[in-house]
Write a protein that binds this ligand. Sequence first.
Ligand code: ACO
Length: 325
Amino acid sequence: MTLRAVVSGIGSFLPAQIVTNDDLVARGLKTSHEWIIQRTGIAQRHVAAEGEFTSDLATKAAQAALKNAGLDIQDVDMIVVATTTPDNIFPSTAVRVQAKLGLDRGFAFDVQAVCSGFVYALAMADNFIRLGQVKTALVIGAETLSRLIDWEDRSTCFLFGDGAGAFVLQAQEGKGDVSDQGILSTHLHSDGKGYDSLYVDGGPGSTGTCGTIYMNGKDVFRHAVTRLSQVVDEALAAHDLSSDAVDWLVPHQANERIIAGIAKKLHLPPERVVTTIAQHANTSAASIPLALDAVLAEGKIKRGQLLLLDAMGGGFTWGAALVRW
Ligand code: ACO
């Protein structure tokens, strides 16, 4: 008998305010809609309102996921929130979400792996479930990256957006092969030598301030394509699968050209790639569940299909998960 973590519910939330590329131009940023679209595929991003925190976005996504799973919050044993933009340094955003959801049992913690955060959090929850320590987990990716952006820095500000997405995972017995429903495997990596290529230039231990995002875009781009190519190969090889077995690529939404590069490598046509970057921009740890929830609403993804999730972020961190939906 193999215990599997099955995704029994999914939900997402986007703040109401939308900022288009043309809005950025209207604010005086020296850029254009055409430049941003050509380089990244991004047309707009959602931005949280003043007083709207990462925990608010996370709570709303979690409520939607619980509703989708048909579960009550008291059924949840564990909450893990992947975020780079916590409400406060401590306590964790996850415990705040726990309180907002009204859960008075179980345990909650944050995971910080920047844009790979959701895949990391999924791996945490999957391992707790496989070990039999947890029956039901809420895995949330939630970000208010707009708070870390220098809106006058035209080399970074157009890339990011705010949002949240959540999975409900439930333990279910499987046969132990690739026909099982649920998470088949997760694959995590990091390489701290990439620290200076993408970072926030502040923190409680260094400047005592929050800081803003700095990025060497070309370096990030190159590493993303290389590392993601490696990790999708690793995920498929772990099950002796070829890319033909993949029904859907569900990538972190960083850049349309990075996504297209990985899809091409897997010989997946664009219609089998989940892409919401035009509407959401890069929502870091939130992007995978947010994108998947949006595309699921279109009814194209069916239960039993094989999903390959991949993500790469600051650190560098990167990872993949194979999930039978
Ligand atoms: N509008 C117009 N022109 C601009 C802008 C802008 N917003 N920003 C830069 N430029 C100019 C530059 O000044 C430069 O002009 P020059 O040739 O006269 O010097 C020119 O455009 C080219 O600039 P580059 O920085 O070389 O542009 P590049 O083609 O590398 O594209 C980009 C930049 C889009 C950031 C690209 O490097 C990229 O997508 N990198 C990946 C970054 C990423 O995905 N980050 C997400 C976070 S990490 C993650 O989630 C994986």
